[in-house]
Ligand binder design. Structure first.
Ligand SMILES: Cc1cc2nc3c(=O)[nH]c(=O)nc-3n(C[C@H](O)[C@H](O)[C@H](O)COP(=O)(O)O)c2cc1C
Length: 304
């Protein structure tokens, strides 16, 4: 089965990518499988300067999902380019840099820096993080602001494709998707986490130091499927789906509602080899369902 996908100029050998923030900088997962077998590696969110993130506790388990408020802790773009990227098999598997910044000027500078690196195949712009004070999800909640960030990143990305990552924490995700498409985005990825909280009745305290955090994992899959379905019908650029994928059938569900590729997030924490297994199992699961061609299966959901 031909598993190749074209995501607005980014070619993947198969549709399985890792979701930012859940697969480290990539090399941490090398003991669990062959990084070259993945369709794409999306690394931890990078900012211009290193960030310490939020105070602990930053993770809490909830039924069918996980809450996190990491606050985009990262080593900074320069250190990633110098110390981590050279160790990744970027010639065989495209490495996608995930960007976070506090304003459009900083987004542009960061985009220029990351796009100029040979080993970075594409940029994923995070305008959807619910766990940071400045910027974060605010960019993704206002279509005009989302478009401005997209334009600023595109202007500095050169020939590297730009994928914009959307938040489900909005009233109308289609409006944001159309705005970023209009601003030149080459692809859209969705969804980031849903805002949530967990509390302890004994201590009467929130479980996260940040009080609120982002919910991910199987609990959010129905919301994610709905978002991918709505957005992929409304735009003409490719859509990458994620949210609670923990089996090959889950991944096929996202493709059925219109996703060109999928990203695996929280499942990496439970089973560090899961992304590698998924890349292997996806064509077998498709064949078992009588699907011979993913491109005709994609978006073929029968409605009504
Ligand atoms: C611990 C953690 C850290 C994350 N960090 C980032 C990040 O740096 N940038 C980003 O765009 N998304 C980040 N995300 C969101 C994931 O990439 C993904 O959108 C979300 O978890 C939904 O997918 P899942 O249900 O498969 O985990 C993070 C998620 C988790 C759980």
């Amino acid at each position: 089965m031909d598993l190749r996908v074209d995501l607005g100029g980014l070619t993947l050998k198969n549709p399985v990518m890792t979701a930012s923030g859940t697969f480290g900088y990539g090399l941490e997962f090398a003991p669990y499988g062959d990084l070259r077998s993945l369709g794409g590696i999306v690394v931890k969110g990078l900012s211009l300067k290193p960030r310490e993130g939020n105070p602990v506790p930053r993770l809490a388990e909830t039924p069918s999902g996980m809450l996190n408020a990491i606050g985009l802790q990262n080593c900074g773009a320069e250190r990633f380019l110098k110390s981590m990227l050279p160790g990744l098999p970027w010639r065989e598997t495209p490495v996608v840099a995930n960007l976070y910044a506090c304003d459009t000027l900083e987004f542009a500078e960061l985009a220029g820096l990351l796009a100029s690196a040979e080993g970075v195949a594409a940029l994923e712009v995070n305008i959807s993080c619910p766990n940071v004070q400045a910027g974060g999800v605010l960019f993704g909640q206002d279509p005009a602001l989302a478009a401005r960030v997209t334009e600023a990143v595109k202007a500095r990305a050169g020939s590297k494709p730009v994928m914009v990552k959307l938040s489900p924490n909005v009233t109308d995700i289609v409006a944001v998707a159309k705005a970023v498409e209009g601003a030149g985005a080459d692809a859209i990825s969705l969804i980031n986490t849903l805002t949530g909280m967990a509390v302890d009745v004994r201590t009467r305290k929130p479980r996260l130091a940040n009080v609120v955090g982002g919910l991910s994992g199987p609990a959010i899959k129905p919301v994610a499927l709905r978002c991918v379905w709505q957005v992929s019908r409304a735009v003409s650029i490719p859509v990458v789906g994620m949210g609670g994928i923990s089996s090959a059938t889950d991944a096929l569900e996202f493709i059925l509602v219109g996703a060109g590729a999928v990203q695996v997030g929280t499942a990496n924490f439970l089973r560090p080899d899961f992304s590698f297994r998924l890349a292997e199992e996806l064509p077998l699961a498709a064949q078992a369902l009588g699907i011979t061609d993913l491109s005709t299966f994609r978006g073929s959901l029968a409605v009504g």
